[in-house]
Design a binder for this molecule. Structure first.
Ligand code: SAM
Ligand code: DTB
Ligand code: SF4
Length: 369
């Protein structure tokens, strides 16, 4: 069972169209091989600069172009951010993500303030992540020097569908920022939104774009669209759990070592629905009553879910117990390297126990595309 970078769209289509249990069974085998099954990474979000964003992302409550309940707020003060982070850590979060409603980072006092926040939160002993929009090399370097561990920058969907959702920046600009993040030695968190009206093919194309990057990135957030009143996507119907499950399972198969985060939209899922998502390969969540601007599952309910399912919160910077050949998951993803361009892995070193496909999983003769 090795990490592959040469997946084709046809292979993804075939797997996606398998009977659900066959797809999920295969994903679960991969999950078991690469991750401790009972461990869930717990992250917390802090919206340090909310609202008033110049971008036109059709899903977002924070775009100044749409009449939503969110208005532009001043940037949060250092002390308030640190206090929120401290409380989240006390409740078990091991990664704190700071979000700003910016098109991108500018070299100004606000960025200096973000660097201070990163330093302060890093000193709490947890992983710090930022999502601040587009970024240049110098800014990525300064973030890393301040102690930043990860940077979230989502592709959101396929390049084709992206153009119908965002017109103020290109897919190519997003890809360039992703490269800058990785070249600076930061861990890349990149995922998307499902349920915006895209075709399954768009979701597959997003996965293919990510799975063909070498080495694979560390973390894939999967957001169910939070349909925000006032945005152009306000009336989108919720996506079926079955579509989400297929997407998670496929992501687990093509990005075996990557963390998969059940991000926006957990409030729409029952405990049983979430359990299925974890079984199919999800292994991270956002903890806390609020995401950036919308509500999230209460901590009490999440604690109850952890208890019922026997889940444990993953420690920060954890080397998972599963080994990939003689490499740890983090080695395999080439994490923790700094400054230099990501080095290519010698995959011949990885043990190959054979893909589950050799175990008789059938694929339907006619994929549903
Ligand atoms: N402004 C920065 C950017 O766009 O990269 C960072 C913040 S932005 C809110 C981070 C991510 O949140 C987006 O890329 C999108 O995937 C997700 N997101 C925003 N609004 C959402 C919504 N209504 N439903 C689901 N996900 C959403
Ligand atoms: C990500 O992919 N999801 C998080 C995090 N990265 C920044 C944000 C979810 C936002 C949900 C909508 C809101 O709260 O406004
Ligand atoms: Fe701005 Fe980010 Fe929202 Fe787009 S997703 S409008 S860039 S805050």
């Amino acid at each position: 069972m090795s990490i592959r970078y040469d997946w084709s769209l046809e292979e993804l289509q075939e797997m996606y169209s398998q009977p659900l249990f066959e797809l999920v069974a295969r994903a679960h085998q991969v999950h078991q091989r690469f991750h401790p099954l009972a461990e869930i990474q717990v992250c917390a979000l802090i919206s340090i600069k909310t609202g008033g964003c110049p971008e036109d992302c059709k899903y977002c409550s924070q775009s100044a172009r749409y009449q939503t309940a969110i208005s532009a707020q001043p940037m949060m003060e250092y002390a308030a951010v640190l206090e929120q982070a401290r409380q989240a850590v006390e409740k078990g979060a091991t990664r704190i993500c700071l979000g700003a409603a910016w098109r991108g980072v500018r070299d100004n006092k606000q960025f200096d303030a973000v660097l201070q926040m990163v330093e302060g939160i890093r000193a709490l002993g947890v992983e710090v992540c930022c999502t601040l929009g587009l970024l240049n090399e110098m800014q990525a370097e300064r973030l890393r020097e301040a102690g930043l561990y990860a940077y979230n920058h989502n592709l959101d969907t396929s390049e084709r569908f992206y153009k119908t959702i965002i017109t103020t920046r290109s897919y190519q600009e997003r890809l360039e920022t992703m490269d800058i993040v990785e070249r600076a030695g930061l861990s890349l968190c990149c995922g998307g939104i499902i349920g915006m009206g895209e075709e399954p093919l768009d979701r597959l194309q997003l996965l293919l774009t990510l799975a063909q990057r070498e080495p694979h990135h560390e973390s894939l957030p999967i957001n169910r669209l939070a349909a925000i009143p006032g945005t152009p996507l306000a009336d989108r119907p919720p996506i079926a759990l079955w579509e989400q499950l297929r997407f998670i399972a496929l992501a687990r198969i093509v990005l075996p070592a990557t963390m998969i985060r059940l991000s926006a939209g957990r409030l729409d899922l029952s405990l049983e629905g979430q359990a299925l998502c974890f079984f199919a390969g999800a292994n991270s969540i956002f903890f806390g009553e609020k995401l950036l601007t919308v509500g999230n599952v209460s901590i009490d309910r999440d604690e109850e879910m952890f208890r019922i399912l026997g889940l444990k919160k993953q420690a920060a910077y954890t080397e998972t117990t599963s080994k990939i050949g003689n490499l740890t998951r983090r080695d395999a993803l080439n994490l923790g390297q700094s400054k230099t361009a990501p080095k290519k892995l010698n995959l011949n070193k990885l043990s190959d126990a054979g893909w589950p496909q050799s175990q008789g999983f059938s694929t339907p003769s006619k994929p549903n595309f």
